[in-house]
Design a protein around this ligand. Structure first.
Ligand code: NAI
Length: 343
């Protein structure tokens, strides 16, 4: 089985090579992202393996279908970049629903601690033999209130970590589950009462710009915003406004609305054209990491294993537990309410 692997990076190649060799899957790596301009590279392959910033809009799916490709394996959990209705009944789309939720939750806490205790500034100072403590005062997390939006796999692990720090946990979820040691509240209450807000819900029509000017206006002065989910959950210009108005005390962003042309690549020798990102990065109370929350050895191994298994299952039986629901909109045939899928 030959799979065209787009947006390939040095860190994921060894894991996919090992899994592929063990199961007869030949991954052909392309460093370029999958776009309408690069889709022809997939010709001759049996399937495509793509990541969060690849373009899987309707034109690309159409082109893949035309060249006989019948499976797209997303090597990630999120799939907001896939035109599901265009794929319905034509190309199977599979994903890795969970690989290491711990990786993302732990990175979220790492960002929070770095921001609150100014570790990044201290590191740079002491390398310069500057041992002054001026401007490094932080605050205790113990006793603070954290508001978690999205209590799925990652959100719940982050909640447990926060409870370990002695924090009070509020949560909001569109589909709330059991509240184990935390309290579900409305989104408005969460905004109003939280010292720290962490986003762990998916990006969709109802969560696009969940954090906008109106939401920020409801927040506590000095609130810390954490986003390790998807960039467009936050209106980045509204965030800049909230920081300038001194409502947002700090923000830690592993994801950014316009990241697809920038993240995962080295622009250190270039002038970055994105003024919003440049403004955010220039602020002393913003920390940006480039979508690295997932990046642990455990997660990479698990992503490669599940992706390979997904591809083999589709090739062998046309069925896979990790196939997506295509939101086909056909109420007659859709079994989504029962099985979360319509095929
Ligand atoms: P999950 O599916 O286990 O949990 C998502 C939760 O969000 C569910 O409880 C769901 O009910 C809730 N939700 C859905 N719509 C909502 C809404 N409108 N408002 C509030 N809550 C809503 O997903 P998981 O594994 O916890 O991942 C969460 C997100 O993390 C993913 O959607 C993905 O975007 C992001 N992610 C980021 C990574 C990174 O490297 N930065 C890596 C992996 C995932």
């Amino acid at each position: 089985m030959k799979i065209a692997f787009f947006d390939a990076k040095d860190y994921d190649k060894p894991y996919f090579l090992e899994e592929g060799a063990a199961h007869g899957v030949e991954y052909k790596f392309f460093e370029t992202r999958l776009t309408a301009d690069t889709v022809s590279l997939a010709r001759g392959s049996d399937g495509v393996c793509a990541f969060v910033n690849d373009d899987l809009g309707a034109p690309v799916i159409e082109a893949l279908y035309e060249m006989g490709i019948r499976v797209i394996a997303m090597r990630c959990a999120g799939y907001n970049n896939v035109a599901l209705e265009a794929a319905f009944n034509r190309i199977h789309v599979v994903r890795v629903p969970a690989y290491s939720p711990y990786a993302v939750a732990e990175h979220t806490m790492a960002l929070l601690l770095t921001s609150v205790r100014r570790t990044h500034k201290a590191y740079n100072r002491t390398r310069d033999f500057n041992f002054s403590l001026n401007g490094l005062a932080g605050f205790d997390l113990h006793g603070k209130t954290v508001g978690v939006v999205g209590t799925g796999k990652i959100g719940r692990i982050f909640i447990d970590i926060c409870k370990g720090f002695g924090m009070n946990v509020l949560a909001y979820d569109k589909f709330p589950g059991m509240a184990d040691g935390f309290t579900y509240v409305s989104l408005g209450e969460l905004f109003a009462q939280s010292d720290i807000i962490s986003l762990h819900c998916p990006l969709g029509e109802d969560t696009y710009h969940l954090i906008d000017e109106a939401a920020i206006a409801k927040m506590k002065k000095g609130v810390i915003l954490l986003n390790t989910s998807r960039g467009a959950l936050i209106d980045a210009e509204a965030l800049i406004g909230g920081i300038k108005a001194r409502i947002v005390g700090a923000a830690c962003l592993d994801v950014y609305e316009e990241e697809s042309d920038l993240f995962f690549r080295d622009f250190s020798g270039h002038i970055v054209e994105d003024d919003v990102l440049a403004r955010l990065i220039s602020m002393p109370n913003i920390i940006v990491t480039s979508h690295q929350a997932f990046l642990t050895q455990e997660a990479l191994r698990s992503i490669a294993a599940t992706t390979t298994k997904n591809l083999l299952e589709i090739a062998e039986s046309g069925m896979c537990e990790n196939e997506l629901c295509y939101r086909c909109g056909n109420l007659e045939t859709c079994k989504k309410s029962r099985r979360e899928r319509c095929f």
